[in-house]
Design a protein around this ligand. Structure first.
Ligand code: NDX
Length: 256
């Protein structure tokens, strides 16, 4: 049966950190090619409807840790912290897999990126789940620790912002429409990448609540992946809409 190999956790987390840096260097200059940054001439054959694509891509991030949690034998009853934290991770990906895709009005998604996205979700789902279920040790009063409580608060706040912003973006289109408009309301009043801001806050909250290397590596990865994307969205809006609100920032309200 499975057990904790600290060296494996260290290796997988380091590789995740390295992938984050690779992403940063790739995507600071050019955006990843999906959504509004996809090249116009892309063959339609190389794409899948947004619904299927997001469902398939994100499913492993829910399934892998959920299965690790369910199948661990003997079931890990103590400490409570590990199961709770693993459930938080699964909760986000339950939303991202089973709710978000069914409402999206996004354009078809490139198959190639879908493949890498899925690999990433398997990798990260395994790393976070394996660490929390087989390796993490928390004191019995972790639930009252300032790291857990403040991290959980940030996680919930970020998730709220992320879901709300996803909703505002979706409402910009009628079903079947594929045009881009200026996002309004919520945190979009302050930043172009409100959904990304929420997601980043969420995963840093998760990292603080778990106080773990894998979770900090994932939060850093998220920052390097969608941070640059927020910047490219912002540039796209400024270029496309002459009436784009001048005071709006790219990612962090009032700052950047
Ligand atoms: N999926 C995370 N890297 C990614 C997919 C791509 O969950 O090879 C990372 C995730 C993957 C990436 C994933 C990992 C790295 C990959 C990358 C592809 C290449 C890269 C694999 C897995 C890679 C190396 C080299 C390291 C191997 O038509 P449309 O689609 O544009 O419509 C959009 C619509 N919309 C608008 N509608 C009207 N008017 C406007 N102005 C509009 N603006 C947008 O809203 C969409 O339907 C929708 C959202 O669009 P957008 O662009 O704002 O968000 P999107 O990027 O699609 O993300 C959707 C949500 C969002 O909440 C975000 O926070 C979350 O997913 N997300 C996304 C990416 C990564 C991630 C979270 C994370 O790292 N935690």
């Amino acid at each position: 049966s499975m057990q904790c190999f600290p060296g494996l956790v260290l290796a997988l987390s380091s590789l995740l950190g390295a992938l984050a840096l690779l992403q940063l260097s790739l995507y600071l200059r050019v955006p990843s090619r999906y959504g509004k940054h996809e090249e116009r001439l892309c063959r339609p054959r190389g794409r899948l409807p947004a619904r299927c694509a997001w469902f398939l891509q994100e499913l492993p991030s829910f399934l892998v840790p959920a299965l690790l949690l369910a199948l661990r034998s003997p079931p890990r009853l103590e400490p409570l912290g590990c199961r709770l934290l693993c459930c938080l991770f699964c909760w986000h990906y339950f939303y991202r897999t089973f709710i978000y895709p069914f409402f999206t009005r996004g354009r078809p998604f490139p198959l190639q990126l879908l493949f890498f996205g899925m690999l990433f979700c398997i990798y990260n789902g395994f790393l976070q789940g394996y660490y929390l279920i087989y390796c993490a040790e928390y004191p019995n009063d972790w639930c009252t620790d300032i790291r857990f409580t403040s991290g959980l608060l940030l996680f919930l706040l970020g998730m709220g912002i992320n879901i709300h912003s996803d909703l505002l973006l979706r409402q910009l289109r009628k079903p079947g429409e594929v045009t881009y408009k200026i996002p309004q309301g919520g945190l979009f009043t302050y930043v172009s990448g409100a959904n990304y801001f929420g997601e980043i806050v969420e995963w840093f909250g998760f990292a603080i609540a778990t106080w773990s290397l894998p979770a900090f590596a994932f939060a850093f990865f998220t920052l390097c992946c969608i941070g640059p994307r927020a910047y490219h969205h912002h540039r796209y809006y400024i270029k496309t809409f002459t009436d784009y609100p001048k005071s709006r920032k790219a990612l962090i309200p009032f700052v950047f």
